[in-house]
Design a protein around this ligand. Structure first.
Ligand code: SF4
Ligand code: SF4
Length: 95
């Protein structure tokens, strides 16, 4: 199966620090920063590089300030080899 890698970009100056995105992230990728933005809110930062691009954070953000990116690895992955079909069937599955 192709690996999906995601990434996000938050417009931190527009963040209100509600943390809805933090709660919505199934990967626990987000956290409130100790620093504050120009409006005085603790804006959100990415703390883990494990985003899958699921879009949960962007969907719950009331400010609409999270952009989500996805990159799919389109490399062919060897899954299995089937041989000797006329006699016995040998199946080798790659790890
Ligand atoms: S896109 Fe999904 S995995 Fe990535 S930060 Fe947002 S909620 Fe978390
Ligand atoms: S949901 Fe939006 S406004 Fe709320 S903390 Fe996350 S990025 Fe900021």
């Amino acid at each position: 199966m192709a690996k999906v890698k995601g990434d996000i970009l938050i417009d931190i100056e527009k963040c209100k620090g509600c943390e809805l995105c933090v709660v919505a992230c199934p990967q626990d990728s987000l956290e409130a920063s100790r620093k504050i933005n120009n409006k005085g809110y603790h804006y959100i930062v990415k703390i883990e590089d494990n985003c899958t691009g699921c879009m949960n954070c962007a969907l719950v953000c009331p400010e609409g300030i999270i952009k989500v990116y996805r990159k799919v690895d389109k490399k062919k992955v060897h899954l299995a080899t089937i041989s000797n079909v006329s006699k016995d069937i040998n199946i080798t599955v790659s790890e």
